[in-house]
Design a protein around this ligand. Structure first.
Ligand code: IPE
Ligand code: IPE
Ligand code: MG
Length: 237
C-alpha cells in the first residue's frame, strides 16, 4: 500500500464527553460544550496538516433535542457564536464549512448564521468541514427514501433504476467520499446513529480522552493507528 493510501481522505468524529468533562470540574454541562470548540480548531488544523480532505463532526443529534431545554438553548447559542467567530480563521485556512442533518428545525437565527458562514467559506479548498447538526442516520435515510419515493410516484424514477449510488447521492452527504475512519472520544464504543450507511467499511477508533481534552497530538495518534490498519473490503489480501 502506498503511503498516500495510509492517509484517510475522510475522518468523522463523534465528539463525546463534554458533559463528563464539565462534571469532573464541578462546572455546568454547557461549559463542557464551550470547551469543545478548541478541539474542533485543533482537529481542523491537524486534518489540514495531514492532508485529510474531509472532516465531519457530530455536533448535535436528532435525539439530543430530548436534553434539558437549558442545555439545548446553550448549544444553539454556541453554534451561532462560534460559526460567526470562527469564519475569518476558516477563510484564512481554506476551510469550507457545510452541514448535514435537517436544519429546518433550527431557529431562523441559527439557520441564518449557518448559511452566512457557509457562504463566506464556500471558496475553501483545503478542508471540507461538515457539521452534523440535528443529524441522525435513520432520519437522513428516511428523508432520502421519501425523496426517491416522490420521484418514483411522479414517474421520474423507475424503481429498478435505484441502486446504491442513487441512494448515496440522495443522502445529505451526497457526493462526499465515505469516511475512512470514525473516531469517538470518551471511551464509549457505539455509533449513536451516526453515518450508518456511509461508515459501512470505516475503521473505528475509540480513544478514552474526553472531547474537550482532544488535541492535535490525539489526532496524530489516530492517524498513526489508521496507518496500521489493514482494510480488506471483504476481499482476501
Ligand atoms: C457530546 O458531549 C456533545 C453533544 C452530544 C452535544 P456530551 O454532552 O454527550 O457529553 P457526555 O457524554 O454527557 O459526557
Ligand atoms: C452522540 O453523543 C451525539 C453527539 C456527539 C452529537 P451522545 O452523547 O448524544 O450519545 P449517547 O446518548 O451516549 O449514545
Ligand atoms: Mg455523550
Amino acid at each position: 500500500m502506498s503511503d498516500e493510501k495510509r492517509i484517510p481522505q475522510h475522518v468523522a468524529i463523534i465528539m463525546d464527553g463534554n458533559g463528563r468533562w464539565a462534571e469532573q470540574r464541578g462546572l455546568e454541562r454547557y461549559e463542557g460544550h464551550a470547551a469543545g470548540i478548541e478541539p474542533i480548531r485543533a482537529s481542523s488544523r491537524a486534518a489540514i496538516r495531514h492532508g485529510v480532505a474531509f472532516l465531519t463532526l457530530y455536533a448535535f443529534s436528532t435525539e439530543n433535542w430530548g436534553r434539558p431545554a437549558q442545555e439545548v438553548d446553550a448549544l444553539m447559542e454556541l453554534f451561532c457564536q462560534s460559526v460567526i467567530h470562527e469564519t475569518p480563521d476558516m477563510q484564512r485556512q481554506g476551510i469550507r464549512l457545510r452541514t448535514i442533518g435537517d436544519r429546518s428545525r433550527f431557529s431562523e437565527k441559527v439557520q441564518a448564521h449557518l448559511a452566512q458562514a457557509e457562504e463566506l467559506t464556500a471558496g475553501g479548498d483545503k478542508l471540507t468541514l461538515t457539521l452534523a447538526l440535528n443529524y441522525s442516520s435513520r432520519d437522513e435515510i428516511t428523508r432520502a427514501v421519501r425523496k426517491l419515493a416522490a420521484r418514483a410516484a411522479a414517474g421520474q424514477l423507475a424503481p429498478e433504476a435505484i441502486d446504491e449510488a442513487t441512494i448515496g447521492r440522495t443522502l445529505d452527504t451526497a457526493a462526499d467520499p465515505d469516511p475512512d475512519l470514525v473516531i469517538r472520544t470518551s471511551g464509549e464504543r457505539r455509533l449513536s446513529n451516526f453515518l450508518l450507511w456511509q461508515a459501512s467499511y470505516a475503521e473505528l477508533w475509540f480513544p478514552e480522552v474526553l472531547w474537550p481534552d482532544f488535541t492535535e497530538e490525539e489526532f496524530d495518534r489516530a492517524m498513526e493507528e489508521y496507518a496500521r490498519r489493514e482494510r480488506r473490503f471483504g476481499l482476501v489480501k
